[in-house]
Design a protein around this ligand. Structure first.
Ligand code: ATP
Length: 305
């Protein structure tokens, strides 16, 4: 099956500066992948190469099997793009904006009505000018524009920056609905905690290079970051017996015992701790977060997280 996006050894140089350097990855139908990297890492350049807005210096980009710069431009109608800091003409109404983009994409102009509902914009906002829209409304309109024509590929550059937590949640709910219907989503963001539960896969770039690519669990294993296990024994005598074993337990406040356990030992330690449920009153398992994993890969590259 043709990958929705395929990049093979793609580089883009500006003079001597490599904005992206020998990057390869592909995304299949219905995948939701997070593109993560510091400011200037090369995320926007990658997205522009996928959109066909710039021609790579080297390498091959394919979107739905076509070269986005010189291939069959019909595939552009299958792609939705929400740029970072989306802006629209302030004197236009929401309806005019969506009708304009609908024409560009050759989508029936009346589709805007459904989209207003889908992105949670009140119908009466359709005839108000963008000037009167809040930041959240503008962002929702941006998403509606990206969703015109039910795209097979959605490219979202920092889509939730500046939105409050409730808006962020509804934004992701909508994106996940499209993903379930088979839309491939590539989402660039600095908000790692909100990507953690939503992205199936994470691609980390640094200084234009791809430095990691995998599910969060795969990246945790590659990084060999320990899991924190914390539990409270039900009695003093139960607590003492743990200090004689192979795991280095440390006593924390409120009589909790805590240890950092390697991925390979985690299941065995958890089985031992839970073998007698009456011997514990409480237990917590803390896996490394995407923040921890990201910091690890950056450090490996010699960059401060
Ligand atoms: N048109 C350009 N001319 C020269 N250098 C550029 C150009 N576009 C990008 N760069 C450089 O390429 C590198 C990658 O930039 P890019 O905008 O892709 O990063 P980014 O990861 O999207 O950053 P941010 O998170 O700040 O948006 C940076 O060093 C940037 O200065």
């Amino acid at each position: 099956m043709t990958a929705t996006i395929s990049l093979e050894h793609v580089s883009k140089f500006y003079g001597d500066t490599a904005a992206i350097n020998d990057v390869s990855f592909s995304l299949g139908e219905g995948e939701l992948v997070a593109l993560v990297g510091h400011n200037g890492a090369g995320k926007t350049t990658l997205i522009k190469a996928i959109l066909g807005l710039l021609r790579p210096t080297d390498g091959k980009v394919r979107v739905l099997g076509e070269d986005p710069v010189s291939g069959n431009l019909i595939v552009r109608r299958e792609v939705g793009y929400l740029p970072e800091s989306v802006t629209f003409h302030l004197a236009l109404t929401g309806r005019e904006v969506l009708s304009f983009y609908a024409k560009l994409k050759r989508v029936p102009a009346d589709r805007w009505r459904n989209l207003f509902d889908q992105v949670g914009l009140a119908q009466n906002a359709a005839d108000r000018t963008i000037r009167t829209y809040s930041k959240g409304m503008r962002q929702r309109l941006g998403l509606a524009q990206a969703l015109l024509g039910e795209p097979r590929l959605l490219l979202l550059d920092e889509p939730t920056s500046g939105l409050d937590p409730a808006l962020r949640r509804s934004f992701y709910d909508l994106i996940l609905d499209f993903q379930k219907k088979g839309t491939t989503v590539l989402l660039s963001s600095h908000a790692l905690s909100e990507l953690e539960e939503r992205a199936e896969r994470v691609v980390i770039i640094n200084g234009g290079n791809k430095i990691a690519d995998g599910t969060l669990d795969e990246l945790r294993q590659i990084a060999c970051l320990p899991t924190q296990i914390r539990f409270k024994p039900s009695s003093e005598s139960a607590a003492h017996s743990w200090f004689d074993g192979p795991v280095r337990w440390t006593e924390r406040k409120d009589k909790f015992l805590e240890a950092s356990v390697d991925h390979s030992e985690k299941i065995a330690v958890l089985s031992a701790v839970t073998s007698d449920p009456a011997a514990l009153t409480s237990m917590t398992v803390i896996e490394p977060t995407l923040d921890d994993v990201y910091a690890h890969f950056l450090q490996r590259q010699g960059r401060k997280p």
